[in-house]
Ligand binder design. Sequence first.
Ligand SMILES: C[S@@+](CC[C@H](N)C(=O)[O-])C[C@H]1O[C@@H](n2cnc3c(N)ncnc32)[C@H](O)[C@@H]1O
Length: 533
Amino acid sequence: MIIYTDGACFGNPGSMGVGIVIYDSNMKLLAEISEYVGEGTNNVAEYTAVIRALETAKIYEPENVELRSDSELLINQLNGKYKIKDLRLRSLKRKIDELTENLKIKFVHIPREQNKEADKLSKAAVPKNYNKTGAKYKQQKLWQDVKIFVLSIYNMKVDLSLSPLFTFDQSKQLPFHNWFYYKEGYSPKLIDYCLQLSQVKKPLNILDPFCGVGTTLLRSKELGINSIGIDSSPLAIFVSRVKCDDYSKEDIDYVHKFIQDLNISDSNLRWEFELFSSRAAFPKRNYNTILSLREQIENIENQKAAQLLLLALLSILPQCSIIKKDGGVLKIDKKKSAIPVKIAFKRKVNQILTDLENPISGPIPQINLGDARKLPLQSESVDFSITSPPYLNNIDYSKVYGLELSLLSLEKQTTELTRSKSLRSFITHNPNVNEIPAEVGDIGKQIPVIGTYFYDMENVIKEVYRVLKPDGEFYLNVTNSVIHQTHILVDEVLAEIAERIGFSTGILVGAKRIADVKPRRVETRESIVVMRK
Ligand SMILES: C[S@@+](CC[C@H](N)C(=O)[O-])C[C@H]1O[C@@H](n2cnc3c(N)ncnc32)[C@H](O)[C@@H]1O
């Protein structure tokens, strides 16, 4: 096996990157690594590159290794020709000795021109002035377009084939999953991917502490695994329950009949919404039809039929309104054409009825309104947990889904109440944090939403740690954020917090993301923080 390594450092000390290229003895390319490895000196970067290279090489179980670098100092020190005075380098050398204990290895110095690939990879990994938190952003690429296999101090691995699993796009085509469009949901295939990766071979139960519209729960039901879902939004809980429930022939016949005899009458129902008059969000006829249907559904005695019909009504609100969901805000757009409610409603109910011809059988999940920061579960009762929490500085769900929430509950306060119980991931009126996790640094005070977010997430991680059985695993899907030109490596900060709490962690980078922070577009990433108790 031939290995080329290089370390780059912007500033000395400064941000470090490593570049590694590994070939087998026939010069077939095995791995390319381009990775940011934190803060340190030039020499530390060179040593770290060797460590990462050897850790990766181990996976291929080579018999002989020739490791090539253009750093004369490094090679001479590794060959015992020069003494190592620096304490940090000495401990890194010890690590290298451990890794090479049972290996035939030669360290060879090569001229810089022969090490161009590794050099390029190491530099690509380090955007200038790029820190874990708080660094000013300068436009730089985080990584190159190679599909790289990476191990790091954060035990980092990159698999960009995960990217389509992080969005709701696949669910739009899937029966049951597509009963309610939730932009922030992920694909059920993400559950399969993580279960495959997991060392918990056959989990007895799965917890999703931010269950949203129940993707994890529905997939667990399909797989025959018990699951538990928690969410702070009554809308998310309602949608999850309806999607995961079982229905009798009688329930289904009731829905058929309701839709056949559809009859729209006047209604006196009051539908109050916190942000603006709900009436302003719809053409008049659509508004009246929605109220009439909502009132009729309220009076249906067959509860299962009623919940299917109410879900259908809630799910068509966006297409029947003149509202645009624009990022985190609702905007009235008078030019938007709204589909007549009767048409959209019938279509949706028929789609649901078609799906129910082939029901999903499996254990019905336990789904409860609650707070992921205070799980209503016994300690050491869960095998496996997977979730995607609200992203830092992303949307306020209680606003964006406010119309649906208030039509569901028919109470004006619902949206405000939901907000008060939600993770403080967006700018709120309640930015008080008693203790910002040490891993976050000063930026948590300077930009309060960063402080509140990590404070709340620390409590979530502590709770999941408490309820997991020993060796249990937690897969947390997060996106890094850019706020006021500051790039926050959410995945790394959460991994560090989790390590302090007691988890062993790794980061699986699955997608590149662009944060559109005008006037710039910043390249960032979406990942899964993998935690093992
Ligand atoms: C990204 S979504 C989850 C989507 C889910 N993975 C799916 O596929 O449907 C995040 C969810 O967290 C919920 N949430 C926010 N704060 C919460 C809290 N403190 N406890 C539990 N759920 C919360 C939101 O209501 C939202 O449904």
